[in-house]
Design a protein around this ligand. Structure first.
Ligand SMILES: Cc1cc2nc3c(=O)[nH]c(=O)nc-3n(C[C@H](O)[C@H](O)[C@H](O)COP(=O)(O)O)c2cc1C
Length: 182
């Protein structure tokens, strides 16, 4: 698919059908995650593939918000491995705090990459922020680690709930040379 079209067609999906996402496709999606860029190439992630329906339901209930009507067919939960990011505030170690949570950004890169790979395979997705305590309990993730995001995967139920999707105009969010918001 044309890349710009792919970017625009990837969207948060609210209702998924029962159709299963194949293991072959899940592996391709994981490959996109694996090859994502990360701060100093720390690759501070671990990907948990969840297909068990009951576990998916429980994980969905940890969403900070999310008016989901039907659960995705599979979930890839992305664990941030604290051991791999030794800097303050989960930053990459550079001897000083950059003030930027670059490990979390790396997790975001992997999730976005996987969501685009999914869309390229015709698979719909949703990116969700889970409540930490609960999701870590369900996924048996260590206390010191985090699950900043998970990606729900499946095929959209057609003719069901859809949210209006809009974006600010390019001229509202760009400037030349230095910052201006006029
Ligand atoms: C880092 C991040 C966290 C998000 N967390 C949630 C969430 O917890 N619940 C939810 O319903 N949507 C969540 N979303 C989805 C956004 O609300 C959605 O991407 C945004 O409204 C734009 O809509 P679109 O994905 O259809 O383009 C998250 C998206 C990102 C990038």
């Amino acid at each position: 698919m044309d890349f710009n079209k792919l970017v625009k067609e990837r969207k948060t999906t609210f209702e998924f059908s029962d159709k299963a996402v194949s293991d072959k496709d899940i592996n391709l999606i994981l490959e996109a995650g694996r090859w994502s860029p990360s701060c100093t190439n720390t690759q501070p992630w671990h990907f948990i593939v969840v297909k068990d329906k009951e576990r998916i339901e429980k994980i969905l209930r940890t969403a900070n918000y999310g008016f989901f009507h039907t659960e995705p067919n599979a979930i890839i939960a992305v664990v941030l491995i604290t051991e791999k990011c030794k800097g303050p505030n989960h930053s990459c170690f550079r001897g000083k705090d950059s003030g930027v949570h670059d490990s979390h950004m790396s997790i975001g890169m992997s999730v976005y990459g996987m969501s685009l790979q999914a869309k390229d395979l015709g698979i719909d997705s949703c990116i969700i922020t889970p409540e930490q305590k609960e999701v870590k309990k369900i996924l048996k993730v260590k206390k010191e680690d985090a699950v900043p995001l998970f990606l729900g995967l499946g095929y959209e139920n057609k003719n069901t709930f859809k949210r209006d999707r809009t974006r600010l105009e390019l001229k509202e969010i760009t400037s030349k040379e230095t910052f201006t918001n006029e």
